[in-house]
Design a protein around this ligand. Sequence first.
Ligand SMILES: Nc1ncnc2c1ncn2[C@@H]1O[C@H](COP(=O)(O)OP(=O)(O)OP(=O)(O)O)[C@@H](O)[C@H]1O
Ligand SMILES: [Mg+2]
Length: 248
Amino acid sequence: MAEPVLRAEEVSVHFGGLVAVDCVSLEVGSRELVGMIGPNGAGKTTLFHTLSGVLAPTSGRLVVAGENLTGRGAHIYARSGVARTFQTPRVFAAMSAEENVRFGLEFAGRSRTHAHDAFDNAASILGFLGLADSAGIPAGELTPAKQRLLEIGMALGARPKLLLLDEVAAGLTEGEVELAAALIRRVRDELGLAVIWIEHAVRVLMKSVERVVVLHQGRMIADGAPQDVARDPAVVEAYLGGEAGGEA
Ligand SMILES: Nc1ncnc2c1ncn2[C@@H]1O[C@H](COP(=O)(O)OP(=O)(O)OP(=O)(O)O)[C@@H](O)[C@H]1O
Ligand SMILES: [Mg+2]
């Protein structure tokens, strides 16, 4: 079997006495689109922090494209092909949409040779996102939905192999969430990226991905096809037993 893009081995993150991520093991292959769900506080964002080098795990190992990156910094993960968005939007409000994407391109550095090198300029990325008409508009004046797409564009500028999306559809209308889901599928289908997508809009997410992993109290309690995960008793209990954290 080909080397997975990402291999997390028994990754744990402790904040003092709190175990935010508890011995999570996860493999993601190239061109896999994986949904990640779990109630508020389940550890999803913290796990993303470790997968992108923002936070070193307390224990466990992280292997990206065959290379052990455990304990390395975020720039090393970026250079190895991991890009992410943040749960709190991070566009530069005063800069135009195009300048924001160009920032993403420059952050990535020069000599990247990943799958979709047609994506080496801001215009082609904005076109892919359907934001060509917004290129000159300050990001802060775009609709929330377009700002979210722009964040994906900034991450794509890094020309990643693995894209980590943390609630990019939060706060959007149901129609906008559907559009975001279609775009995320195109990122995988047309650009050939592996994607892990965290979202509380469970219904839309479940019909958009082939594989779902579920975190609950830091542990991975399910990993499988959406139809199997949806009727897994442990998953049903996790959602009904505590706060549901959005539509379920
Ligand atoms: N820097 C930190 N210091 C201490 N505790 C933290 C820190 N970051 C997160 N936590 C705690 O770790 C646990 C997991 O938080 P995390 O943000 O990863 O959850 P999440 O699944 O992303 O939740 P949500 O769906 O609300 O975004 C929570 O109990 C949270 O309060
Ligand atoms: Mg989170």
